[in-house]
Ligand binder design. Structure first.
Ligand code: THU
Length: 161
């Protein structure tokens, strides 16, 4: 048996002061999107804002459904929408924020497993790391890539092996 340690670097901030203007803007856009979430069942609003390499910002929210599994998380709506509008443009960063009952959550909310896998696919597709910005009201966590969110991942490389 060998023991393997996998480390993930997370940068935590108490406020946005140390963040670049473009990341501050991305967080603002994700927060602005919150009220557009369609969440009649969970009342858990999630907003996401994606920054593309061409400077475009795409915002999205979670979309629920009476048939629960047919709904989709904000991160996936945002990434799929961005990739549909600009299939040849890499994603540089995504900011995510959440507000149960529209009350901004104080801690950063980490993306679910399915969203991590979709972020990873886009990162692999464009061969460019996606900065992940998880914004709570009193804490912001920044990770340098989708891979760091999902260190042991399945990707296209296994399909060819
Ligand atoms: N949700 C997201 O939009 N993103 C996540 O990463 C976690 C969960 C949504 C799905 C559902 O609409 C609601 O939050 C409660 O799970």
């Amino acid at each position: 048996m060998t023991l393997r340690k996998i480390e993930t670097l997370v940068r935590d901030y108490d406020n946005t002061d140390e963040l670049s203007e473009s990341y501050k803007m991305l967080i603002t856009k994700a927060k602005d999107a919150l009220e557009r979430a369609y969440v009649p069942y969970s009342k858990f609003h999630v907003g996401a804002a994606v920054l593309l390499e061409n400077g475009e910002i795409i915002t999205a929210t979670n979309q629920e459904n009476a048939a629960y599994p047919s709904g989709l998380c904000a991160e996936r709506v945002a990434i799929f929408y961005a990739n549909s509008l600009y299939p040849n443009v890499a994603v540089s960063a995504i900011a995510v924020t959440a507000a149960p009952e529209m009350k901004q959550i104080s801690q950063p909310v980490p993306p679910c497993g399915g969203c991590r896998q979709v972020l990873l696919e886009t990162e692999t597709r464009f061969q460019k790391p996606i900065t992940i910005i998880l914004a709570g009201e009193h804490k912001i966590s920044v990770l340098e890539s989708a891979k760091s969110l999902l260190p042991m991942h399945f990707d296209e490389a296994f399909l060819d092996s």
